[in-house]
Design a binder for this molecule. Sequence first.
Ligand code: SF4
Length: 350
Amino acid sequence: MYKFGYIDHLPTKPKVKMWFGFHLHETLKFILEDPYHLPTQTEAVRYYAEKFDKSVFNNDTILIQSYFENGLRIIESFYNQIKEKTPQVVTIEDKFVLPLGEHYVSGVFDRVDKVTDDNFEIIDYKTGKVPNQNDVDNNLQLTFYDWAARQKWPHLKDIKLTLHFLSPDVKLSTTRDESHHQIVKEKVYKTAEKIDKGKFEPTPGPLCNYCDFAEFCPIMKDKFRKEKGEIDTILNKFLKLKIKEAKIKNEIDSIKPHIHDYLDKEKVEQLFSDLGVLSRKISQIYEYDPNIIYEILKPKGKWLDVMKIDNSKLKKILAELNLESRELDKIKKAQKLVRERKDLRAKLKK
Ligand code: SF4
């Protein structure tokens, strides 16, 4: 996505949810821009209504009404809270740029409130679904804000990080420390490194179905192909065979217990028919205590011969450990491409 959006500058389509979020941010900014001279509620609602751009909604009157009314409820509830207890706002929609090595990272604080002289609250408005507290405690965006705020206001002792979900009106807060900053810095370094190297692997996921660049991306672009060709015949044949394969596998699995029962009962291990022979092979699978094997094989220099790195477990552990770049580099150098496998995976429609 990064390459298509920021390097190739491919256009994005206007998105209702995004526009709505932006419009709410603008209206909340209008309300709190000068906390000592708040606008009246009528002025706030007028601002919201006058700048509500119906053209974004593709003439869908039901959608327009539903978004407009939801926004109105949000603005009214927000206004009432602010009127009841006006916060000491330090800054609103404040852009920051931080140097990190030879790179710069930027972001925007939606709102920063002063709780006491050395305690600020950073508030980020959200219009999406409310997550659980664990997600908030691990939210990288908030870590990034904490890190940026401590650079910008070094005198601060405490920083409360809050995600304010506007609908329903829910606030979830958390805090961060230096160890969290390290994690985010490492992530920024790694991402910057990939960008520098022009390494842009597609990262398929649920967002692909909503992606503005889908028709240019190797993961999704075939969905937009108009001309039918030989490949469609081959593809359908492949998928039909896959469906058959799945059915046959199910049938075989359902027959297996009957065969095992017969073999056990008759105390035989092979069955003969005009079509062929069916043999049963019984193998015992053992597990060993790795500490004992290590103790015996290590001094004989044979421990590594029986070791096999489990790639998926290694990947998981590396992600959990948050190693330093120098350690990751070392691991990267220890990596050797043995072969490239190209698997075909079919996802069949139910
Ligand atoms: S289609 Fe998916 S993988 Fe491709 S750019 Fe979009 S989100 Fe990324």
